[in-house]
Design a protein around this ligand. Sequence first.
Ligand SMILES: Nc1nc(=O)c2c([nH]1)NC[C@@H]1CN(c3ccc(C(=O)N[C@@H](CCC(=O)O)C(=O)O)cc3)C=[N+]21
Ligand SMILES: [Mg+2]
Length: 282
Amino acid sequence: MILLDGKKTSLEIRQELKEKIKAYMAKGHRAPGLAVILVGDDPASQVYVRNKEKACADVGIVSKSFRLSADISQQELESLIQKLNKESEIDGILLQLPLPKGLDSQRCLELISPDKDVDGFHPQNVGKLMLGLPGFRSCTPAGIMTLLQRYNLDPAGKKAVVIGRSNIVGKPLALLLLQANATVTVCHSRTKDLTKEVLDADFVFAAVGRAKFVKADMVKPGAVIVDVGINRTEQGLVGDCDFEALKEKALAITPVPGGVGPMTIAQLLVNTFGAYKQHLDL
Ligand SMILES: Nc1nc(=O)c2c([nH]1)NC[C@@H]1CN(c3ccc(C(=O)N[C@@H](CCC(=O)O)C(=O)O)cc3)C=[N+]21
Ligand SMILES: [Mg+2]
């Protein structure tokens, strides 16, 4: 079994990025900048945002965090986004999701300037993904594709099953897999025979949000398994896959933690560097 080590791969990507940024700065350019907006005090979001800040500092991206109270108005949040859209040293804007109740996340995401949308959530970038045009790609799906590439696991011509159809993972991942020439099936809560679909897959991507949802008897021996789940249980952090049982059967599998999560953050840094390069060229 090959352990798809997202932690190690993300550190490699960060090292590569660090050197590229250093080279730009040696030429006299400013540092790349990322604004991170966190509304409310959801503990999981706080962990993610802290991880993102640390990762930025590590590679030489200046991060500017905005921690806002959960009772901020839609108008105040929109004003902050509009202000950040205009700031020339801010290359990327990340609005941590989910937002507290009462705030309209879709409206906020559409307000972020597409050239600063390092999360790839703006309809313009989603449209570009759909069309196969260059644009920012959603970090979790793009990070997963990079992880597979770095382990030489090519889904071209293979059957890929994505479990979950969210706008931030399932749907964009299905499009990236299609672009990589996989034969893609997207499963969800209304899928009639999930086991039948998953048993057929060479590549399984689990993004359901239920601890150990994918069991060993659901997958074909020799499948590649990518676990996108992060479930906080009494036994600690658990993925959407039953790792202990699946590791005997899989050709390759991602652990949780240390799999997809760190790759998501690495991709955010890569996207921010991409935005920076575009902004320097303008
Ligand atoms: N605008 C926005 N963009 C996002 O990219 C975004 C978001 N909102 N909201 C929440 C989800 C989730 N997400 C993760 C990032 C890193 C880890 C990560 O580093 N995970 C570690 C474990 C960290 C822990 O202890 O919880 C790991 O898997 O090894 C997990 C999840 C980004 N998201
Ligand atoms: Mg993980």
